[in-house]
Design a protein around this ligand. Structure first.
Ligand code: GH3
Ligand code: MG
Ligand code: MG
Length: 340
């Protein structure tokens, strides 16, 4: 399993002859990448500057002995995984135990058995290679996870953007009809559950066909955008929703709002539209663009409403009120009432 040419070994021994004998022996076994150090200090310098897969360490050395070097290696987070085989003339059980306890892979006594040494070196290198592969795989896996997390995050952003786009009207940027239906249904259910009021304003630009005929379709589009902007500035609460209901017709959903609150809101929209001062010479009622508004409200806390009322009823009633505003001269607000 061990790739002899790829493994790098380090012999640390203060005795030159010992170093050379071991070096020759390992070379004869086929290992080509072998570093030699005459002291623990020289050994540590080599370890800091190159990758080492196995250390063959002498025990008795001046300044820093093998046991001290072992301590040093095992205390270092990067070096502690390098296997160490102690090769020593010191045949003391205590010392052997101490080395094994501190993390040495084996303790061979000089003169060492060559067959045993070969087997230990080979086993240590196999183990080290396996460990290196595991580390590499873990790093690759972590990198892949990170990439996946980034891709997922980007996908979420795109999905949110697409979601938002699918809710918007292409011309004015306010909610589209589809989203209006969703919000109305949601708010209807919430109002029913919480026994609250829900108001709806429908408004329609007056003589808009004539406006288009007079100023052109592009000017008409621009007019719609300006109206959407001022209307969206009037509605303040986070759950209020302005939507483009049809061609030149808009809707405002006002949760938890009674007819009086909705009237104030509608009157402000009417006022702001007129106040845009968009010339409309073909209008029969005003020199500027105006709109007519109809309001309907459902009050779930009042007993007069049937349990089985449906959201469509609210639209129908706001539409009736809007029709009444048109009938009664346009540029005004009408609140739907069951008496009319
Ligand atoms: P009323 O006062 O009774 O509401 O009259 P009106 O002319 O506004 O109503 P009508 O329903 O007869 O005409 C609506 C016009 O709105 C028709 C069409 O030219 C215009 N319109 C609808 N959608 C758009 C749009 O997206 N852009 C433009 N420029 N005009 C549109
Ligand atoms: Mg219309
Ligand atoms: Mg109109």
């Amino acid at each position: 399993m061990t790739d002899l040419n790829q493994s790098s070994l380090l012999i640390v021994d203060d005795d030159k002859m010992n170093r050379e004998i071991l070096h020759r022996h390992l070379k004869n076994l086929g290992y080509t990448n072998i570093a030699l150090a005459e002291s623990a200090k020289a050994g540590l310098e080599i370890i800091s500057s190159q990758t080492i897969d196995l250390i063959l360490l002498d025990m008795m050395m001046p300044v820093m002995n093998g046991l001290e070097m072992l301590d040093y290696l095992k205390a270092n987070i990067e070096w502690r995984i390098i296997p160490v085989i102690i090769i020593s003339a010191l045949d003391e059980k205590e010392m052997m135990l101490s080395c094994i306890e501190k993390g040495a892979e084996d303790y061979l006594i000089k003169p060492y058995d060559r067959v045993l040494l070969n087997a230990r070196v080979s086993a240590c290198l196999d183990k080290k290679m396996l460990h290196d592969h595991e580390v590499l795989n873990k790093q690759k896996l972590e990198a892949a996870y990170k990439e996946l997390a980034v891709a997922y995050y980007e996908l979420e952003i795109i999905k949110n953007e697409l979601d938002a786009l699918s809710h918007r009207d292409g011309l004015t940027g306010v909610a589209n009809r589809r989203y209006f239906d969703t919000v109305l249904e949601r708010e209807w259910n919430a109002a029913k559950r919480e026994k609250k009021s829900l108001s709806l304003i429908l408004f329609d630009i007056d003589y808009f066909k004539k406006y288009n005929d007079t100023y052109g379709h592009l000017a008409g589009d621009d007019c719609l955008c300006q109206i959407a902007i001022v209307a969206s500035q009037v509605i303040k609460r986070p759950r209020d929703t302005l939507a483009r209901y049809g061609g030149e017709e808009f809707a405002v959903i006002l949760p938890d709002t009674n007819p009086l609150g909705a009237s104030i809101c509608a009157e402000r929209i009417r006022y702001e539209i007129e106040n845009l001062n968009i010339s409309h010479i073909s209008s029969k009622i005003n020199p500027y663009v105006t709109a007519s508004l109809g309001i309907s409200t459902i009050s779930f806390h009042l007993a007069l409403h049937q349990e089985n009322a449906i959201a469509q009823q609210l639209i129908k009633e706001a539409d009736l009120a809007l029709y009444q505003a048109k009938r009664e001269g346009r540029n005004c607000v009408k609140v739907w009432s069951s008496n009319e």
